[in-house]
Design a protein around this ligand. Structure first.
Ligand code: F6P
Ligand code: MN
Length: 313
């Protein structure tokens, strides 16, 4: 798409941007609907008063009332969109059929990522993957669009429907206005972000982190996947990693709900995402709750990670 000048982009809202990019009508309406849902989730965050509900999600983790209500809001909104066949969420044990069965798209969601940061008032987010057809067919490279919303000092929406990765900011009139078009990562960045306890790291990962530190990379980790990835994207490079650990060879983050959508957005911005060896977008999930290690960001750092993890250098 032709680049939009700084002066005119103030007036380009999400719907207009998608129309100008030639994205097909149902997908446009779906992405827009999810943007609207982000506003409702944000209202819930404000009203929640940061209370813990005291129950567990399917991973045995503490779940905030907010996690549940974000999931309810999203599921209900999508149900009435008319475009969604199936919905799978980190908060639910199974895929839910929410359409008639003949709709084009299915959705995966992490409705409120980083909810443990709610009480500290750090940024949190919603992560969405959009697939054609039913979710049981998630195979190689078949995610057609992805997006995330950040709830921070500003509410922002980042989407890609396979034609670049773009950022919008919610303005006071309630419109998502274009702020960064065709975000492109540099070949090499200068920040790193990493989860997992140092004492649980495997030797090859430890060597890689030492390499980054020797090269002068700065540590930037908030503990929220959405803002941490957003930082890599908006700063145009660097690496986020959540490695395999001694106690958990698959790391912590969820392949379907968290990693594939982010891998799609970063790839569309010219970056890469691997589990240390394989491309995240090419991993065929065997279960809904599958986890995977991740190295995601600029090409140089991700390629280097692959060298350290495969050749042990
Ligand atoms: O969704 C899981 C999550 O909260 C991510 O947002 C974040 O990247 C990660 O866990 C943080 O894990 P840890 O607390 O182990 O650093
Ligand atoms: Mn999450």
């Amino acid at each position: 798409m032709e680049n939009i000048s700084d002066a005119t982009k103030l007036f380009v809202d999400l719907r207009r941007h998608m129309w100008m990019a030639g994205i097909e009508m149902e997908l446009r309406r779906l992405i827009w609907q999810i943007g609207v849902t982000g506003k409702y989730i944000s209202a819930k965050i404000h009203e929640s008063n940061r209370k813990l509900a005291g129950f567990e999600n399917i991973y045995g983790e503490e779940q905030l009332a907010l996690d549940r209500s974000s999931d309810d809001i999203l599921r209900n909104q999508l149900k009435f969109s008319g475009f969604v066949r199936e919905y799978a969420s980190e908060e639910l044990p199974d895929i839910v059929q929410i359409g008639r069965g003949d709709e084009q798209y299915s959705i995966t969601a992490d409705p409120l990522d980083g909810s443990s940061l709610v009480d500290t008032n750090l940024a949190i987010g919603t992560i969405i993957g959009i697939y054609k057809g039913p979710l049981c067919d998630i195979g190689e490279n078949d995610i057609v669009a992805a997006m995330y919303i950040t709830y921070g000092p500003l509410i922002t929406l980042v989407y890609s429907a396979g034609k670049g990765t773009h950022e919008f900011v919610l303005n006071r009139e309630g419109e998502y206005v274009l702020s960064e078009e065709d975000i492109t990562l540099s070949e090499k960045g200068s920040i790193y972000s990493l989860g997992g306890l140092r004492k649980d790291w495997l030797p090859e990962h430890r060597k890689y982190v030492e390499f980054l530190e020797d090269e002068g990379y700065k540590l930037r980790y908030s503990g929220g996947f959405v803002p941490d990835i957003n930082q890599i994207l908006i700063k145009r490079g660097g690496i986020f990693m959540y490695p395999a650990l001694k106690e958990s060879a698959v790391g912590k983050l969820r392949l379907i709900f968290e990693l594939k959508p982010m891998a799609f957005l970063i790839k569309q911005a010219g970056g890469m995402a691997t589990d240390g060896k394989k491309d995240i977008l090419k991993i065929k999930p065997e279960s809904l709750d599958q986890r995977s290690p991740i190295y995601i960001g600029s090409r140089y750092e991700v390629e280097k990670a692959r060298e350290f993890l495969t050749k042990g250098r």
